[in-house]
Ligand binder design. Structure first.
Ligand code: DAT
Ligand code: MG
Length: 134
């Protein structure tokens, strides 16, 4: 494995429920390094760019309105195998399927309010880091 960067984002439901500190602790506990961390509300353009692969799907419009509905915490995380380490830490997309001990398994409410986003590949990470941290 190589040192990678990945983009994580704590979603509006988790920010609203006051779960940011506990989620950030789990990221820090992996030993990966947080290089940037920022509270912000996404623009519609940023949301559309981040989720372009899902355009046209039945859940797309709801996803865009949800992710822009309130502040998120944007994170740039770095370390050995950071993309895969973070995907494993997040757990399955649907919290109902996510294992206990994963962020979605422990904090997630539903597939459309599933607490955290994480890049799914090194290529996605490069695009998302550029999109959200320029
Ligand atoms: P992931 O976030 O695990 O990479 P994804 O890229 O397939 O999952 O989907 C992006 C987001 O879209 C996901 O975090 C929540 C939402 N989503 C996915 N499938 C959904 C569905 N069937 N119903 C509602 N929302 C969904
Ligand atoms: Mg995805």
């Amino acid at each position: 494995m190589a040192v990678e960067q990945t983009y994580l984002m704590i979603k509006p439901d988790a920010v609203a429920r006051g779960q940011v500190g506990r989620i950030v602790s789990r990221i820090e506990d992996t030993g990966l390094q947080i290089l940037r961390m920022e509270l912000a509300t996404l623009t519609a353009q940023q949301a559309a760019a981040n989720y372009a692969e899902h355009e046209g799907k039945p859940f797309y419009e709801g996803l865009i309105s949800y992710i822009t509905s309130g502040p998120v915490v944007k994170l740039l995380v770095s370390g050995e195998g950071a993309v895969a380490v973070c995907r494993k830490l997040m757990g399955a997309t649907n919290p109902a399927d996510a294992a206990p001990g994963t962020i979605r398994g422990d904090f997630g409410l539903s597939v459309d309010a599933n607490v955290i986003h994480g890049s799914d590949s090194v290529e996605s990470a490069e695009r998302e880091v550029a999109l959200f941290f320029g």
